[in-house]
Design a protein around this ligand. Structure first.
Ligand code: 13P
Ligand code: SF4
Length: 311
């Protein structure tokens, strides 16, 4: 039992003893964000994982993020506090079906969102994150045919913004899919001067009302600079913790779901990680990410293209 264990002190002791770095995504619980060595978006976290000289990476995020860390830093032990921390986008895109889709479109390259399994990364040509997708796509000629998966909303947003016609895999993020346009319009009516910042995983009926669209780090930067005193935030609400720390005098309101509040937009996968499970992961060095070497090298090729094209 963990009763009587000072978890925060033990996590600190273990991270030194194991030479571990704790990486956390902005969608993690505030108490995890606050003890992490580094908090960031998917691209920042991949770069940190590739660069760190720690022996252990404790990844407080979801499985595809921890897998990416292992692909880029194979000599390190990578632990994920809860191995069930998946992602609806990953679930929407089984590798065998993705391979069949590619086979049906042999003249297309596969530009793939990082929110997918290591197997799907291995079947892809170039990985992108929401913060790097536009920069990477702008380096690919307009006459190149492209498959984009698994997020149809991110792919559709980029298609519209950049005048492209990438073929889209029909996956969605269940968190961003849950925002309600009706409730958002009601909230906007109550705060007529408040801009809306939205993640590109949102469906078009939410994006259409956004004043700023970008990755979590982009939304955070917008929150630190927008003129005005109130911001409506259409992404997973745990990011509001960083906004309140950075700009304590401003007000941040999570965009609502159909029930009128933002609690239904908490990512259930991200929420599986807890301080208790992080402590156990650092103590036992389990659960650990392991990837077969041939698979890792194929996934590394598409991830390395992302890192070089995004820089
Ligand atoms: P970014 O932090 O890269 O914007 O990704 C958002 C997300 O949904 C991660 O699961
Ligand atoms: Fe996946 Fe959406 Fe959760 Fe991110 S927020 S991990 S995209 S389900």
């Amino acid at each position: 039992s963990l009763a009587g264990v000072d978890l925060l002190a033990e996590i600190d002791r273990l991270r030194k003893e194991r030479n571990a770095v704790i990486l956390a995504h902005y969608y993690q619980k505030p108490e995890i964000q606050d003890l992490a060595d580094f908090v960031g978006d998917s691209l920042d976290l991949s770069r940190k994982a590739a660069d760190t000289d720690a022996d252990v990476i404790a990844f407080c995020g979801v499985r595809f993020m921890a897998e990416t860390a292992k692909v880029l830093s194979p000599e390190k032990i990578v632990v994920l506090p809860d191995m069930d921390a998946g992602c609806s986008l990953e679930d929407s895109c089984p590798p065998d079906q993705f391979a069949a889709f590619r086979a049906q479109h042999p003249d297309h390259i596969a530009l793939t969102y990082i929110n997918c399994s290591v197997e799907v990364k291995a079947l892809s040509d170039i990985i992108v994150t929401s913060s790097s997708a536009e920069k990477i796509l702008s380096q690919i000629p307009h006459d190149q045919k492209i498959i984009f998966g698994p997020d149809k909303h991110l792919g559709g947003y980029i298609n519209r913004k950049m005048g492209r016609d990438m073929l889209l895999w029909p996956g969605v993020c269940i968190v961003h899919e849950a925002f309600s346009e009706t409730e958002l319009l009601k909230l906007k009516a109550q705060h007529p001067d408040a801009p809306v910042a939205a993640h590109p995983e949102c469906p078009p009926h939410v994006i259409d009302h956004a004043d700023y669209v970008g990755s979590t780090s982009g939304i955070l930067a917008f929150a630190e600079t927008f003129p005005g005193d109130t911001l409506i935030v259409a992404t997973e609400p745990h990011i509001i913790h960083q906004m309140e720390k950075a700009v304590p005098h401003k007000r941040f309101i999570g965009a609502p779901g159909a029930d009128g509040n933002c609690n239904c937009n908490i990512c259930p996968y991200m929420a599986l990680n807890t301080i208790e499970k992080l402590y156990v992961a650092l103590r036992d060095l389990e659960p650990r990410i392991e990837i077969e070497e041939g698979m890792r090298l194929k996934a590394k090729t598409s991830l390395d293209r992302m890192l070089s094209m995004a820089s």
